[in-house]
Design a protein around this ligand. Structure first.
Ligand SMILES: [Zn+2]
Length: 143
């Protein structure tokens, strides 16, 4: 599968997010060539979702797409060593640490900056670089 196809799958996943403000999608391609796809989503009681839509409370109740894809892959029994992640936004530093610890070797990222701050981006880049995770910028696919 090409980077473009997997990035399109990440954007398709992002459209399923129940976050009204930021929609993020991630796809992991494992060495076994299986994929796991996730979007950011609220955890907990659906009836309380509306009151938790705004910052800063939403941060406490939202699972990031990268976290969801990694945990989903592990639940399916995949080894992520040398895996690849395709993600619609630059990962936050917490997700960057999780990516590095999971064994993922390459992150392909569409360069949209809405989910991480200008302060966080250099931290994410440093974490991935220092942990030997390749970080590749990808144009947002058309269509
Ligand atoms: Zn994150």
């Amino acid at each position: 599968m090409s980077d473009d196809i997997l990035m399109k799958a990440a954007f398709k996943a992002s459209n399923r997010s129940d976050d009204l403000h930021t929609k993020v999608g991630a796809v992991i391609l494992c060495e076994s060539l299986d994929t796991c796809t996730a979007n950011n989503f609220y955890v907990g009681d659906d009836s309380k979702k509306e009151e938790r839509q705004d910052r800063p409370l939403k941060y406490a109740f939202t699972t990031h797409a990268e976290e969801g894809a990694i945990m989903g892959s592990f639940r399916m029994g995949h080894d992520l060593k040398d895996g690849k992640m395709f993600v619609t936004h630059i990962p936050c530093p917490t997700c960057a640490r999780l990516i590095a610890q999971s064994g993922i070797a390459r992150v392909v990222c569409a360069m949209q900056r809405t989910s991480t701050s200008d302060v966080d981006e250099p931290i994410t880049r440093a974490i991935l670089s220092e942990c030997d995770v390749e970080f590749v910028e990808h144009e947002k696919p058309l269509g």
